[in-house]
Design a protein around this ligand. Structure first.
Ligand code: 6PG
Length: 476
């Protein structure tokens, strides 16, 4: 029988997706630009299901039932366009091309548009969960037309991760919606990891705990509200001992965080949408600073730190304060992330169900966490919630932790340990809840130097003061 779906691009993610499909009983055609990978897949894993190896794209296309469903899993950017260009002339109206890589959603919108004009479906599908997830059940965020999703749904929901029997896969919205949400997932992943790193750093420097002791702290945190994949693997990384030196593994790793770009895209896009995503922005900046070898070398040991570099804190109390700081800051990062999804959904007319996004992130993906249930419940209570932070659960969680959070930010500043994630999140929280912001002064300054006008609290309209003349107010 002809294959039901194809995968082209058999590096580790593509190979594991193909195996996942085959293991779930689907007939999968497989192709890779260099044949060796296809051969290796068949040789090593051919027994796992029904694979049809194809030497080239025409052969791959010919092996499929119609409408054809072809998953592309190659490097984002030009390589994806190259495969699409080669594939399109071989396809018939109604065929479905799925890009499961980490594409920029603007590229996905462009490609969807181009293929739609040719009568083809293009689905940008976010896939999260790394190698392991691709094989055993990722979180899947497909965009594209509802018709194409209807055709893909039985397969995608079968291979996705499941939580309480429900698949971590839902149609996110048309065109680039799926890749947008995957990008946001990664932005949140960046913020989460930065906050975890700050918690670790503070425990290490303020309390002088060893990496192994901190692993124990994270293990304990993982049994409460913070329970999540990233907290779990933090304990694992921190307890690892370096084989060649006997030192903690984390001490032998160069302290320069790399990035492939999805976190940076998230921040760039959020700037354009006008949504403050300070948690993600600080996470991207912190990675950039860590990699800024030239300036770090010029400043380390040269720029003085605080005269009082010790904090007088109780060990257990401080550990619990840091837990609160981490949780509250995390809530802020998620609130900001969901604000950005809503703004993009409005701008592009995607009609994204925010609660459903929290739901499909509960399993399979890198940011999977217990508290995503709380987000889902918050949107179930009120689909138009202006900010997650004003939902009762979130409000109470932060109210409960805020004093601890403030102490941690103050301690970090006192001893000179950088905590950009914790402090930016706290500033956002205080900004959001302020009755009045100093933005009024900024408006005054803008009006003085540039006649940019201002609005009044007590009357409608735009006004301008004649600053250099008689300082009388005029209607603008
Ligand atoms: C996932 C991940 C993945 C991402 C890596 C590395 O959801 O499976 O988000 O898509 O590529 O986490 O990202 P950076 O190299 O940018 O840290």
């Amino acid at each position: 029988a002809p294959a039901q779906i194809a995968v082209t691009g058999l590096a580790v993610m593509g190979r594991n997706l193909a195996r996942n499909l085959a293991r779930n009983g689907f007939r999968v055609a497989v192709h890779n630009r260099s044949q060796a990978r296809t051969d290796a897949l068949i040789k090593e894993f051919g027994h796992e299901g029904e694979f049809t190896p194809a030497a080239d794209l025409p052969e791959l296309v010919a092996s499929l039932e119609q409408p054809r469903k072809i998953i592309i899993m190659v490097k984002a950017g030009e390589p994806t366009d190259a495969v699409i260009d080669e594939l399109v002339p071989l396809l018939d109206k109604g065929d479905i091309v799925v890009d499961a890589g980490n594409a920029h959603f603007a590229d996905t919108r462009r490609r969807e548009d181009a293929l739609r004009e040719k009568g083809l479906h293009f689905v940008g599908a976010g896939v999260s969960g790394g190698e392991e997830g691709a094989l055993n059940g990722p979180s899947i965020m497909p965009g594209g037309s509802p018709e194409s999703y209807a055709a893909l749904e039985p397969m995608l929901t079968k291979i996705a991760a499941h939580v309480n029997g429900e698949p971590c896969c839902v149609h996110v919205g048309p065109d680039g919606a799926g890749h947008f949400v995957k990008m946001l997932h990664n932005g949140i992943e960046y913020a989460d990891m930065q906050l975890i790193a700050e918690a670790y750093d503070l425990l290490r420097h303020v309390l002088g705990l060893s990496a192994t002791e901190i692993a124990g702290v994270f293990r304990e945190w993982n049994s409460g509200d913070l329970e999540s994949f990233l907290i779990e693997i933090t304990a694992e990384v921190l307890s690892q001992v370096d084989e060649s030196t006997g030192q903690p593994f984390v001490d032998m790793v160069l302290d320069q965080a790399e990035q492939k770009g999805t976190g940076r895209w998230t921040v760039q896009v959020a700037l354009d949408l006008g949504i403050p995503v300070s948690g993600m922005a600080e996470a991207v900046f912190a990675r950039s600073l860590s990699g800024d070898v030239v300036r770090r070398k010029a400043a380390a040991g040269v720029l003085p730190g605080p005269s009082e570099a010790k904090a007088d804190v109780d060990r257990d109390a401080f550990i619990d304060d840091v837990r609160h700081a981490l949780y509250s800051s995390k809530l802020v990062a998620y609130a900001q992330g969901f604000d950005a999804i809503r703004a993009a959904s409005d701008q592009y007319g995607w009609n994204i169900d925010l609660g459903a996004m929290a739901k499909i992130w509960r399993g399979g993906c890198i940011i999977r966490a217990r508290f995503l249930d709380r987000i889902k419940e918050a949107y179930d209570r009120d689909a138009n919630l202006p900010s997650l932070l004003v939902d009762d659960y979130f409000k109470d969680a932060v109210a409960n932790g805020q004093d601890a959070w403030r102490r941690v930010v103050a301690t970090a500043a006192t001893v000179g340990v950088p905590a950009p994630g914790f402090s930016a999140a706290l500033s956002y929280y205080d900004g959001l809840r302020a009755e009045r912001l100093p933005a009024a002064l900024i408006q005054g300054l803008r009006d003085l130097f540039g006649a940019h006008t201002y609005h009044r609290v007590d009357r409608e309209g735009a006004f301008h003061l004649d600053w250099s003349g008689d300082r009388k107010e005029q209607s603008a």
